[in-house]
Ligand binder design. Structure first.
Ligand SMILES: [Fe+2]
Length: 138
């Protein structure tokens, strides 16, 4: 069962970043699957940690590309990334310490944030990158 399925609609035109987004969606779906089905052999806290770590890696790579492109909205974009990481860290902490169960509300928040960020802020960067002739090879 999937929370969200990747579609070309989510592409921002930068292959490296699209690949990262696909992997984030994969991890989100995995969390959802384990949460809903309580899949044996999968540890929710472990996957949540993987999502947090990969999100940090992805944001850092995306910000580096923005620096290379001299993207004017980098500072604001980075604030959005940092706020999301803080929220994610708090959720991961709750999840690993067993203080609070993951909820559908939190999963919905993750899903909504990620997809709207891709479709809005990241897509803007994709357009800027293409217009500036900075589209990067695969
Ligand atoms: Fe972003």
């Amino acid at each position: 069962m999937y929370l969200v399925t990747w579609s070309p609609h989510y592409s921002i035109g930068i292959d490296e970043i699209d690949g990262h987004h696909r992997h984030l969606i994969y991890l989100l779906n995995k969390i959802y699957d384990v949460f809903v089905n309580d899949t044996p052999g999968w540890d929710l806290a472990e996957i949540f940690t993987a999502l947090t770590d990969y999100t940090r890696y992805h944001f850092s790579a995306e910000e580096e590309l923005m620096r290379e492109c001299q993207y004017p909205d980098l500072a604001m974009h980075k604030i959005r990334h940092d706020q999301f990481v803080k929220r994610l860290e708090a959720m991961r902490e709750s999840c690993t310490s067993g203080k609070r169960q993951l909820s559908f509300e939190l999963l919905t928040f993750l899903n909504t944030w990620l997809l709207s960020h891709i479709l809005d802020a990241d897509a803007e960067f994709g357009k800027f990158s293409a217009a500036a002739g900075k589209r990067l090879p695969a």
